[in-house]
Design a protein around this ligand. Structure first.
Ligand code: 5GP
Ligand code: ZN
Length: 115
């Protein structure tokens, strides 16, 4: 937990969020500024600054996050139609919130493919 981290505050309930999934290690909630009809953020409750800061001990957690992404996709009904998962990392990657998060974008045929 980091005191000045927005996502740690969301985890602690100090900032409200529209939750989609929660367990002891992971939280998923709707993005406040959606970039697609469905825009969900999936975060570890452990404060990890970015993808560049993960450690060996995080391997299982990172695998689990992908399983939860699929679970959310199934429960919210967009698993069959498809979705895009994005991690912005660091300054050049456009990361604004310095707490590792996975964007799930869905609900339309997404354009602007970069890769
Ligand atoms: P980044 O640009 O760091 O990859 O993505 C950060 C995301 O967090 C942005 O899409 C932004 O809209 C979202 N965000 C920032 N502050 C809040 C907040 O207080 N609540 C929610 N639900 N999303 C937030
Ligand atoms: Zn944090």
């Amino acid at each position: 937990m980091e005191n000045d981290c927005i996502f740690c505050k969301i985890i602690k309930g100090e900032i409200p969020s529209n939750k989609v999934y929660e367990d002891e290690e992971i939280l998923a909630f709707y993005d406040i500024n959606p970039a697609a009809p469905i825009h969900i953020l999936v975060i570890p409750k452990k404060h990890i600054e970015s993808l560049a800061k993960i450690g060996n001990e995080d391997e299982v957690l990172l695998g689990k996050i992908h399983r939860i992404i699929n679970k959310v996709a199934e429960e919210k009904g967009f698993k069959e139609k498809g979705y895009r998962v994005i991690i912005n990392c660091g300054e050049d990657g456009g990361q604004e919130v310095k707490h590792l998060h996975f964007h799930i974008l869905a609900g339309k045929k997404l354009g602007e493919k970069i890769v």
